[in-house]
Write a protein that binds this ligand. Structure first.
Ligand code: GLU
Length: 418
């Protein structure tokens, strides 16, 4: 089937099936969750700066909308496919349900390397993509947000294009917006902050004291990895390794993030940073550390490297960074893996806060946002941990069981149509 072409989709199905068998899920519900509700494939013609038109492939997938409007990011990356976007939409369904949000699961993307576009090209591509998916989105239907390769500026263009079309400002059509167009305080760093909140709770159950003796490796120093690094440094742990597309840097005594920032502001990439050794993105995963945060792309931890990972806790900042085979090895070795749908859910939780604030035209303080985020993240962690103890399953399977359980009962109560 077309959906199943990517490793990520196959991997997500395996996770779903495992959770379904643990919880004895009704096969009529399971079969409905195996494929998305619907998908839109669009061509996105863009007038490039040289006067030539290029056409990019774009997608928006709605996996499930039983609990509320579909929610999920838009990814700009050269490896985006329909199947990958569909898998990510499925993960969003389970993530939103697990976090008890009144939202379904969606994802979108364009197959493009955004770093090769000028600002003008990026804006024209975003506005044309928005126009093409316009009938699919809206504050009551489907609310996009940033993902890999997109940011607050891209969200503002989407919001503006949508608003121009309907004739008035509609802040609730996207989340992850800058504050001046109706964004929420705390949204930008919410995913990284949420990753650290789950690490705090995981450390308690693992009897690990989060102090300067704890070393942390982070793969990916973007929106998620960067915010997680700053937060975990504040707690008092030592960041020994970070990476970006150019590779990674490692210093066993700990990296000084302020110095790294100064270097990055000047050089744009980590490669060449003087106070550390250079490592590849693959080597980074196998370095000595207590906590590993994969916060880059999917499919990073596999059967090839899972037995070489030294971390005791892995918090998945990225979506789908561990394959099923890799996950099995980590479980057998007793590594505590906080799965993506739990670890990185802080982003969509504060997206939900942003959407609610936008609908009410009433905005919260950053403290309120962070406190509410903490309450939701820590409660979700303990709910999941309890299921994992009770059913003797991994935290990943327990998180899926919790998410699917809430969704399945809503599906049953609403009933099948026709
Ligand atoms: N792209 C983020 C995720 O994968 C955020 C989605 C959202 O806020 O809607 O969870």
């Amino acid at each position: 089937m077309i959906w199943e072409e990517s490793h990520l989709y196959k991997n997500s199905l395996r996770q779903l099936d495992r959770a379904a068998s643990v919880m004895d899920l009704d096969p009529n519900i399971l079969i409905r969750l195996h494929t998305p509700k619907r998908a839109l494939i669009v061509s996105v013609p863009v007038m490039m700066d040289d006067g030539k038109i290029k056409v990019f492939d774009g997608y928006r997938v709605h996996h499930n909308m039983i609990l509320g409007p579909a929610k999920g990011g838009i990814r700009y990356h050269q490896d985006v496919t329909l199947s990958e976007v569909a898998a990510l939409a499925m993960l969003m369904t389970f993530k939103c349900s697990l976090m008890a949000l009144p939202l379904g699961g969606a994802k979108g993307g364009i197959c493009v390397n955004p770093s090769e576009l000028s600002m003008g090209e990026l804006q024209r591509m975003t506005r044309r993509y928005t126009t093409e998916i316009l009938p699919f989105i809206g504050p009551e239907k489907d609310i996009p947000a940033p993902d890999i390769g997109t940011n607050g500026q891209v969200m503002s263009w989407i919001m503006d294009t949508y608003s121009q079309e309907v004739g008035h400002a509609v802040p609730g059509v996207v989340t992850g917006k800058p504050i001046d167009v109706g964004g929420s305080l705390g949204r930008e760093e919410a995913t990284g902050r949420g990753v650290v909140y789950t690490i705090i709770e995981a450390a308690k159950v693992a009897n690990m004291n989060l102090d300067e003796s704890i070393s942390v490796s982070i793969q990916g120093y973007g929106n998620v990895g960067g915010a997680a690094a700053r937060k975990i440094e504040k707690i008092g742990c030592k960041i020994t390794s970070i990476s970006d597309v150019s590779g990674g840097i490692y210093n066993a005594n700990g990296l000084n993030l302020d110095d790294v920032k100064t270097y990055l502001d000047k050089n744009k990439v980590l490669k060449g940073y003087p106070e550390a050794d250079f490592v590849t993105n693959t080597e980074l995963l196998e370095l000595d550390c207590d906590i590993l945060i994969p916060a880059a792309l999917d499919g990073q931890i596999t059967e090839r490297n899972a037995d070489k990972i030294k971390a005791k806790i892995i918090a998945e900042g990225a979506n789908g960074p561990t394959t099923s085979a890799g996950d099995q090895i980590l479980n057998d070795r007793g590594v505590l893996v906080i799965p993506d749908i739990l670890a990185n859910a802080g982003g969509v939780v504060v997206s939900y806060f942003e959407w609610v604030q936008g609908l009410q035209h009433l905005f919260w303080t950053e403290k309120e946002v962070n406190n509410k985020l903490w309450d939701i993240m820590s409660a979700a962690f303990h709910r999941v941990h309890h299921i994992s103890q009770e059913r003797k399953v991994s935290i990943r399977t327990a998180a899926l069981v919790a998410g699917i359980d809430r969704l399945a009962s809503a599906m049953k109560t609403r009933g099948f149509f026709p």
